[in-house]
Design a protein around this ligand. Structure first.
Ligand code: ATP
Length: 222
């Protein structure tokens, strides 16, 4: 059976989630107080309704309890976001993801029982900053204050060398999770696997170690 999602708030963030889930063939209920927004998504989502989700009876009548995952993407109105989340928690929704507007908002959402809190502007800012600082870092995912997963582009320095030649695990304490070459992805590559100019490698490790490795092996001059 298809998974059922509800997206509350159809701003840029909620709207993009709604579109993407629909494109991937999921059942999506799109909800907003704004009639224009709801009309905009009527042909994209499976259903689109005008509703104020701060009203408990409205949530109950939508059968929100039965959805596999509810995404709260109400932005500016922090009070509505918190109230909606609180009611979703009380109604026993299985998975609740909420967009936070700032750190205080995030704290409150975690306290009241949101299962996942996302902070897209802040997180995207961090990722883009890493990408700007180093042209070899294609993407960056912060796991904690100290650990990350990064996508690095292989250049001349590592071309034709195997993971064992480069001794990445012993020298840098980092693990290569995958090597992407064109359309092909080699997940958990063997130590004998070699790298080629243009490969993308996905590495997990401590930030300080990743930085050291990136500086030694991936910081090619053009
Ligand atoms: P983005 O940056 O993603 O565009 P935003 O942070 O500007 O979003 P808003 O525009 O404030 O977010 O809110 C997103 C949507 O949530 C709006 O379309 C708004 O009508 C809707 N919304 C606000 N309050 C409620 C509510 N109580 N119930 C349902 N929808 C709501």
């Amino acid at each position: 059976m298809k998974k059922q999602f509800a997206v509350i708030g159809l701003g840029r963030f909620g709207g993009s989630i709604c579109k993407s889930l629909s494109e991937q063939g999921m059942e999506v209920l799109a909800i907003d107080t704004n009639e224009d927004k709801v009309n905009e998504y009527a042909t994209i989502a499976t259903h689109a309704v005008i509703a104020d989700t701060t009203d408990e009876n409205t949530l109950k009548s939508l059968g929100i309890r039965n959805f596999d995952h509810v995404i709260v993407a109400i932005g500016d109105n922090i009070q509505s976001s918190i109230l909606t989340t609180l009611m979703l928690v009380e109604l026993g929704v299985n998975h609740i993801t909420v967009k936070a507007q700032n750190d205080y908002h995030e704290k409150v959402l975690n306290k009241i029982g949101a299962h996942k809190v996302v902070h897209p502007e802040r997180d995207m800012g961090v990722r883009i900053a890493h990408n700007i600082i180093s042209k070899n870092v294609l993407d960056y995912l912060e796991l904690s204050d100290e650990y990350s997963i990064v996508e690095l582009i292989a250049g001349k320095t590592v071309h034709g060398q195997s993971l064992i030649d480069l001794d990445i695990r012993a020298k840098y304490g980092c693990n290569v999770m995958a090597i992407k070459r064109g359309e092909e992805i080699n997940v958990s590559p063997a130590a004998t696997e070699y790298l080629m100019n243009g490969d993308i490698i996905i590495v997990i490790g401590a930030d300080k170690d990743i930085n050291r490795m990136e500086h030694d092996l991936f910081d090619d001059e053009d």
